[in-house]
Write a protein that binds this ligand. Structure first.
Ligand code: AMP
Length: 398
């Protein structure tokens, strides 16, 4: 029996999920937050229980050690050797990685060299990889890229309308993100609507703190809303999504900024729901504030719905039809208002939500009416199990 661990390392966090494979049984999971800060929070979930420890965890390596020791303490594993594979989520794989890969020095170097494409994520992902390699150097170690699923996009969708040599010389193009999630839910969706994946047209809406929409044709991504980096596309928790690039020098002058990175930082960290509402980046807080009459919070919600609708509309056009629209991730799985308002506003297309079926959180089901021409689906995403599957696949091929 194999035990595989899926790792998602952020700059100050580390999420893990341990699976028994090939059964795909989730045995334990957890998260360390505030790594490198005072009072790091380490939470483990096992057997329906939650174990929380607050202590200083200085870096990812110490964090991983804590995770493994906790798994031993809880009798989830009896020794480190029981873990046969590890899979790291990596945000940017550029044009190098069309699939998950076994990690070696060259792969790690490439992941680091791609940091320009995901400055908030790739360096942190690499830190997680390096820390794991130190502690468990001999197990199967793979990287699973958020961009791989989108490497099937045709040129007309991944190229920007800028001089061609910028793509040829500098690889300046759209890469997208959340690919593992879009892949997982689109495969599930095909099963739910009872059509062979190769014949489906599906639009997947991954609406979490980061959000992206993807047009999936025959099981392949043909376009996605995120761009060169995860900053583009729809309104997100703290990210602006699409804006006119000319706004940048204009605002920089008004704000007295001289470093473009300060401006980009505002677009990445202080915009989106947070920037518009002035309340929070968290959808629950924004919904609550809007319900209490906060006008800017309501405007933030309206803009969020509007941007998602615009992408769905675009993708219906380029797919020339659609079988199903899928909602997933934190907001997509939990906010019935979001799903209802987005779909109700596009009923002309022949999509109709069933308020009773939609009155649910985080459960896989069809939420459109029986007579809805386009099916609307709620599918909880599971990026971790996709990573665990890839660990098994690459472990066996090794
Ligand atoms: P994720 O990045 O996928 O973890 O999603 C995080 C987002 O999901 C945050 O904006 C949360 O506010 C949102 N979310 C989680 N639960 C709910 C809920 N019950 N209602 C509305 N939004 C939710």
């Amino acid at each position: 029996m194999a035990k595989s661990i899926a790792i998602n390392a952020g700059s100050s966090s580390l999420k893990f999920t341990l699976f028994e494979m090939p059964e795909e049984k989730e045995i334990a999971s957890g998260i360390i937050e505030r790594i490198g800060l005072k009072d790091s929070i380490f939470t483990t979930k096992f057997n329906g229980e939650k174990y929380k420890v607050v202590e200083d965890i200085d870096d990812h390596e110490i964090g991983i050690q804590k995770v493994l020791d906790k798994l031993i303490e809880l009798n989830v594993i009896s020794s480190y050797d029981e873990i046969t594979g590890v899979g790291h989520r990596v945000v940017a794989g550029g044009e190098y990685f069309k699939d998950s890969v076994l990690i070696d020095d060259d792969v790690l170097e490439k992941i680091e060299s791609l940091s320009e494409l995901a400055p908030l994520h790739n360096p942190a992902n690499a830190t997680g990889i390096r820390a794991f390699r130190k502690i468990l150097p001999d197990i199967t170690s793979i990287a699973s890229f958020d961009t791989s699923f989108h490497t099937t996009m045709p040129k007309e969708n991944y190229l920007y309308s800028i001089p061609m040599e910028y793509y040829e010389d500098f690889a300046a193009r759209k890469y997208g993100a959340h690919g593992t999630s879009h892949k997982y839910v689109s495969e599930k969706a095909a099963k739910m609507i009872g059509k062979p994946l190769s014949e489906t047209k599906i639009i997947t809406c991954h609406l979490g703190n980061g959000a992206s929409i993807t047009a999936v044709k025959g099981g392949e991504s043909i376009d996605t809303s995120m761009g060169f980096t995860p900053l583009a596309g729809v309104t997100m928790g703290t990210r602006s999504g699409d804006i006119d690039a000319s706004l940048l020098p204009y605002l920089m002058e008004k704000l007295g900024l001289t470093d473009i990175n300060d401006m980009i930082n505002i677009l990445n960290k202080k915009s989106g729901l947070l920037g518009l509402s002035g309340v929070s980046s968290d959808m629950r807080d924004v919904e609550e504030a809007a319900a209490e009459g906060n006008e800017n919070a309501q405007t933030a919600l309206d803009i969020f719905y509007n941007r998602v609708q615009k992408y769905i509309g675009q993708y219906i056009a380029i797919l020339n039809g659609v079988d199903a629209i899928v909602f997933t991730a934190g907001i997509g799985e939990n906010s019935k208002e979001t799903r209802e308002i987005i779909i109700d506003g596009m009923d002309w297309f022949g999509m109709k939500i069933d308020p009773e079926k939609n009155d649910v959180r985080g459960e896989e089901r069809v939420i459109s009416t029986d007579d809805s021409k386009i099916k609307v689906l709620l599918i909880p995403t599971d990026e971790e199990v996709m990573i665990a599957r890839d660990i098994e696949r690459l472990r066996k091929s090794n």
